[in-house]
Ligand binder design. Structure first.
Ligand code: T3D
Length: 257
């Protein structure tokens, strides 16, 4: 049982709901530790084939709980010991990860959304790189993700100006996958995550692994990593099922094995 999050697995989809709604789901030490533990739990559970983050109440997450910040705090240490491990747990999860951004995502809450593979944006959601407003730099991998998503020029603009970005503007910038109208929110989120949870999970994990290598390896090295990944994918039951279903002219039923 967790104190600051709700963790629930239904039909292959694990949901982590950030649950400090009075503070727009601001992170405190306990919440960061609980998210890290829940992500690891989702990673180990073979029944989980998709992980989703969302927020309780009207916010997604407002970032660090500013009531916990004091002048003697070593921010580098907080990042190394708390936020870093949380972000690494998400980045190393070889399953699809969705941020269902129900409301404002600010500071490290924005970073968390950026670390996910997909961002479903409620029309009521908004995005703020709020760090600059309190004299800090974007952290928890924020600039790493942002530059990959929108390029240097837009990343600077978003980070230095620290302005609120609407869901529509975020879609235009390529920050979010899709904007969803309020009345269709739950149904469309559930359809999307349900769809991901029925795909060949191991192949998705390998796609994520290979994409992470694409920036750092030479082409020759990358081809070897690709061959290793495809060997593993080729040995899965889902690969057999995909081929068999094609031959039998039916829809494949993938099990994640
Ligand atoms: O050491 C380190 O480096 C740690 C790592 C830091 C990473 C970070 O995330 S730094 C950035 C921290 N976050 C912020 O600076 C954002 C602060 N919040 C805001 O700017 C605004 O609240 C929002 C733009 C997110 C939302 O605005 P609005 O008008 O919709 O709501 P509000 O009225 O400001 O907030 C509602 C309540 O939540 C309010 O409490 P109250 O008055 O109803 O009792 C407010 O104080 C509380 N709240 C919002 N954000 C935080 C918060 N309480 C604590 N910490 C917060 N981050």
């Amino acid at each position: 049982m967790y104190e600051t999050i709700q963790y629930l697995v239904v039909d292959g989809v694990a949901t982590i709901e950030l649950s400090r709604p009075d503070k727009l789901n601001a992170f405190n030490r306990t919440m960061i530790a609980e998210i890290t533990a829940a992500v690891k739990e989702a990673g180990k559970d073979n029944n989980v084939r998709c992980l989703m983050f969302t927020g309780a109440g009207r916010g997604f997450s407002s970032g660090q709980d500013l009531a916990d910040v004091d002048e003697n705090m070593d921010h580098g240490q907080v990042l190394r010991e708390q936020y870093g491990p949380m972000m690494k747990s998400i980045m190393s999860l070889e399953k699809p990860v969705v941020a269902a951004v129900n409301g404002v995502a600010a500071g490290a809450g924005f970073s968390l959304a950026l670390a996910c593979d997909f961002r479903l944006a409620s029309e009521k959601s908004s995005y703020i790189n709020a760090f600059i407003n309190i004299g800090l730099i974007p952290d928890s991998g924020n600039l790493y993700f942002l530059q990959n998503l929108v390029g240097y020029a837009k990343a600077v603009e978003i980070s230095v100006l620290g302005e609120k970005i609407s869901a529509e503007k975020a879609k235009e910038l390529g920050l979010v996958t899709k904007v969803i109208q309020t009345e269709n929110w739950e149904e469309e989120v559930s359809q999307f995550t349900g769809y991901l949870a029925k795909l060949p999970t191991k192949a998705i994990g390998l796609i994520k692994r290979n994409l992470k290598h694409a920036d750092t390896l030479s082409f020759e090295e990358f081809l070897e990593v690709e061959a290793q990944g495809q060997r593993i994918a080729g040995l899965t039951k889902d690969h057999q099922e995909g081929v068999q279903a094609f031959i039998e002219k039916r829809k494949p039923v993938f099990t994640g094995n």
